[in-house]
Design a protein around this ligand. Sequence first.
Ligand code: SAM
Ligand code: SF4
Length: 326
Amino acid sequence: MSQLQDKFGRRFHYLRMSVTDVCNFKCTYCLPDGYRPDGRSKFLALSEIENLVAAFSEVGTQKIRITGGEPTLRKDFTDIIRAVADNDKIKTIATTTNGYRLEKHAKEWYDAGLRRINVSVDSLDPKMFYQITGENKFDEVMRGIDAALEAGFERVKINAVLLKGFNDKDLPRFLHWIKHTPIDLRFIELMETGLGRDYFQAHHLAGADIKSQLVEQGWSYDQPAADDGPAQNFSHEDHKGRIGLIMPYEKNFCASCNRLRVSANGKLHLCLFTENGVDLRDLLQHESQRAELVERLHGQLAQKSETHFLHDGITGVTQHLASIGG
Ligand code: SAM
Ligand code: SF4
């Protein structure tokens, strides 16, 4: 079966698969009031996940990131990793987590087949960490990162959302940390969601500001490999870690888009900020539906837009990124 490709020639070999909307943190930019169950959501079952992964792997998906909400809150999280790892067309299994359960389970997840892990750490100052996430869990999360480094993950990345008025003074601390620690830091520009314009306007900090500070301090831009996603990467000979900037408001951000998203209730999202997800769940019930599912995927890709419309303040249906996996 042919690879998923859109009419702009972009190929999609990377799936971000959300497995739950539930989260135990209250990040001010994501779920400021915490997760509120709607009483209706039933997240994809393991068998549905297996069918989903099988169909995507037939159309060229080689990398899957398991995300959420907080994916590690699923009791069958290790089984999910194992199910993805059992599919030998999937070459890379990654997850994005708030790190809450990492210390205890890093090794178990590694043994199940997980190879890359992104941990969200918005500040290295425990008080600021608490202010941003609503959880006093800084030490646990840092111990989790140590456990991940020890478990042998091929890549440990740290995600930090840039937030004016919160962590905008933290750059020196982050740089100090990665001087001797082989970690890839990713600074993510705050994206406007359905949560509201006011928060966005008060706290959005342009990645370009960080970029100029890095260049001033001798960091150099690494040319992207052909298959790299939209991060701009920087390295420095005196630092073991590297830095990536994710700047969705920069020109051409969408040109290197190589990812698709499926929400925890089985909707395909062609972009983080599209109006509607397309339901796949009716075709996830049995292996025999695979050909039809693959056909639906190809049909949907033909409709993917060239870019998002965030510049016009159009944020789509994405109320917060916990509902679609970030
Ligand atoms: N709970 C996990 C975590 O926080 O790592 C995974 C899900 S979370 C939605 C995925 C990523 O999206 C996190 O790194 C988070 O910081 C980021 N994120 C959430 N809301 C965002 C926003 N409005 N703008 C930019 N990044 C956001
Ligand atoms: Fe939870 Fe992640 Fe959203 Fe924070 S960013 S509230 S940890 S889903």
